[in-house]
Ligand binder design. Structure first.
Ligand code: 7UC
Ligand code: FE
Length: 293
């Protein structure tokens, strides 16, 4: 197994020669160490059946099955399927994650590792954007750092929740009430210490964050969230902000990343070219939130 940092790029490393079938505990430990160090890994030449992809997830920790069944692979609910369009031969929910987010940040116990394994790779517009929120926090002016440490951030999926086939003809307020009931707003530490790297992570995304709250319940002005998002690069609609890394992929690539430190955004082809990707998400051996900053 060989791990090479992506030269000339903001983050990530390429791993060649990793084979789940022959992997020892030491290989898996090495893979995890590289994952936390480089944040984003591209495993080359992976040829895994769905059940082997699930086995890779189990080898890394405890799999979290997505809470909405419409995303599930028909035989393997552990796999979340993102695809082109309903009604196409390609299965899966279209246009998933087309907004800056960290996976499951709207849940009380998010998972540390996300893996995606493209199955049908489109010819153009392939890839995923990433921003390192440890770096973003480190670069904030001290006055903002001090303002944010010790506060909580409200997260909810309500802004980008996708209408399910079973929602057709339902009154929208009923669907909205259901979202609030199934996934009530959660309040996470705005800044927490990464349990492995020890860095302070700014846990904020354009998709899921709804503002900051002092421990006594006082809301911070909305302009502060706006400023933080702007500084992070998440509001740059042209994707040229220097914090943004575009990771492209090809057949056989399997991406895995640190879902604590990175926010990501899918790059989808607006044209109906077939595309499909499998995802498995994993709780690692550490509590998601280290110590709140
Ligand atoms: O349809 C989607 O884009 C699903 C997304 C909002 N959730 C991914 C997650 O794990 O948070
Ligand atoms: Fe995602």
């Amino acid at each position: 197994m060989k791990t090479e940092p992506n030269s000339g790029s903001l983050m990530g490393a390429t791993v060649s020669g990793f084979e789940l079938a022959g992997a020892s505990d030491a290989d898996l430990a090495e893979l995890k160490a590289s994952l936390y160090r480089h944040r984003l890994l591209v495993l080359k030449e992976q040829h895994l059946e769905p059940k082997e992809f699930v086995a890779l997830g189990r080898a890394l920790g405890t799999i979290e099955v997505y809470y909405e069944p419409m995303y599930h692979h028909p035989e393997h609910p552990e796999i979340f399927v993102s695809g082109t369009k309903p009604g196409d031969s390609t299965e899966g929910v279209p246009q998933t994650g087309k907004f800056w987010h960290a996976d499951y940040s709207f849940m009380s116990n998010p998972f540390g590792i996300t893996m995606t394994y493209p199955q049908i790779v489109p010819k153009t517009n392939r890839g995923t954007f990433y921003i390192d929120m440890a770096k973003v926090f480190a670069e904030l002016p001290d006055r903002l750092k001090d303002r944010l440490r010790g506060t909580l951030v409200e997260h909810s999926p309500r802004r980008y929740f996708k209408i399910r086939p079973t929602d057709v003809y339902r009154p929208i307020h009923e669907v909205q009430a259901e979202i609030e009931q199934v996934t009530p707003p959660v309040f996470h530490p705005t800044v927490f210490t990464h349990p492995v790297t020890g860095e302070e992570i700014l846990y904020v995304s354009e998709a899921a964050s709804f503002g900051f709250v002092e421990p006594d319940g006082t809301r911070l002005p909305p302009e502060i969230l706006q400023e933080v998002l702007e500084r992070s690069g998440q509001l740059d609609t042209g994707f040229t902000d220097p914090h943004i890394h575009l990771q492209s992929f090809t057949e056989g690539d399997l991406l895995l990343w640190d879902n604590r430190a990175l926010v990501h955004r899918a790059l989808h082809n607006p044209r109906p070219e077939p595309a499909q990707s499998y995802r498995v998400t994993v709780h690692d051996d550490f509590p998601f939130f280290g110590v709140a900053g």
